[in-house]
Write a protein that binds this ligand. Structure first.
Ligand code: CP
Length: 309
């Protein structure tokens, strides 16, 4: 039996390097298949989704991924139009969606929400972002992008800049990178350094340094992973205003980077990457969003087929 069959996808920490590499191979297969064969993979299967927070890429890439492998999707993208407004609990909403679908995708503002949903759902639950904790399918997409664009992950120097305190994509990426031999530079304002409750676990698997100055690292990096400073996660707007606009990647900074370096961003971006960068060969964030569709199609194909595809 395929080891991913009917498994929840809650945390990137639940995946070994071997398993990540198998997902990357399956993603390559998805890309290489012709559309007719691809549509056989999840023919007749249904993906449910439940988003308690806004999303463009994650929800639409799951929906596009499911359609590309022959399945269909249904769900709630705007919680204000659901019976949550009448007081229905998360547990009951999850149970109902799991009745109507073969697997479900959940985004929720609370840490632990996906693990809780997995306990009440009869069908596999995929975490599409849980509070400030994790966004595992984003990390799989990020690692796949690095591997495709740099032809390797081991040996790379990777800078991660921006909101490292509240950025759930950052935690999932750091845990994912812990499976590889990489040199990581964490760059953030003092007040947005990675949370100390996570450093103990990350330090066991990963070599990283922390600093506030992007200029100290920029000419040495193979990958620059930029994140948005997330206004909505700050308990106090005054604190947000102090760090807003701390880092802006523009052509001046790009000129200091290695010619073959790549710039990634989970998106959405606000102003942390200048639009001048978009047309340069180093900008890979839109390609990264496209890979998200293929990695998610691979994950769904593996989760929903006993013998894989
Ligand atoms: N990267 C990401 O999670 O984007 P969305 O919030 O648009 O889904």
């Amino acid at each position: 039996m395929n080891e991913f069959y009917q498994k929840d996808i809650i945390s990137i920490k639940d995946f070994s390097k071997d398993q990540l590499e198998k997902i990357f191979e399956s993603t390559d297969k998805i890309i290489s298949l012709n559309p007719i064969d691809r549509r056989e993979i999840c023919k007749g299967k249904t993906l449910g989704y439940l988003f308690y927070e806004p999303s463009t890429r994650t929800r639409l890439s799951f929906e596009a991924a499911m359609a590309s492998i022959g399945g269909n999707s249904l769900g709630i993208s705007d919680i204000t139009s659901s019976s949550t407004q009448k007081g229905e609990s998360l547990a009951d909403t999850v149970r109902i969606i799991s009745i109507y679908s073969d697997a479900m995708v959940l985004r929720h503002p609370l840490d632990g929400s996906s693990r809780f949903a997995a306990e009440v759902s009869d069908k596999p639950v995929i975490n599409a972002g849980s509070g400030t904790e994790e966004h595992p399918t984003q990390a799989i997409q990020d690692l796949y992008t690095i591997k495709k664009e740099k032809r390797k992950i081991d040996g790379l120097k990777i800078g991660i800049v921006g909101d490292l305190k509240y950025g759930r994509t950052v935690y999932s990426l750091l845990h994912g990178l812990g499976n590889y031999d990489v040199d990581v530079r964490l760059i953030s304002p003092e007040s947005l350094r990675i949370r100390s409750d996570s450093t103990y676990e990350i330090k066991k698997k990963l070599d990283y340094t922390e600093s506030t100055n992007i200029e100290d690292h920029i000419d040495d990096l193979d990958v620059l992973y930029v994140t948005r400073i997330q206004k909505e996660r700050f308990p106090d707007e005054e604190e947000y205003l102090k760090v807003k606009g701390s880092y802006v990647v523009g052509l001046d900074l790009l000129q200091q980077m290695k010619d073959d370096s790549i710039i990634l961003h989970p998106l959405p971006r606000i102003d942390e990457i200048s639009t001048d960068i978009d047309k340069t060969k180093n900008a890979k964030y839109f390609q990264q969003a496209e890979y998200g569709k293929y990695t998610r199609a691979a994950l769904l194909g593996l989760t929903l087929n006993e013998n894989g595809f």
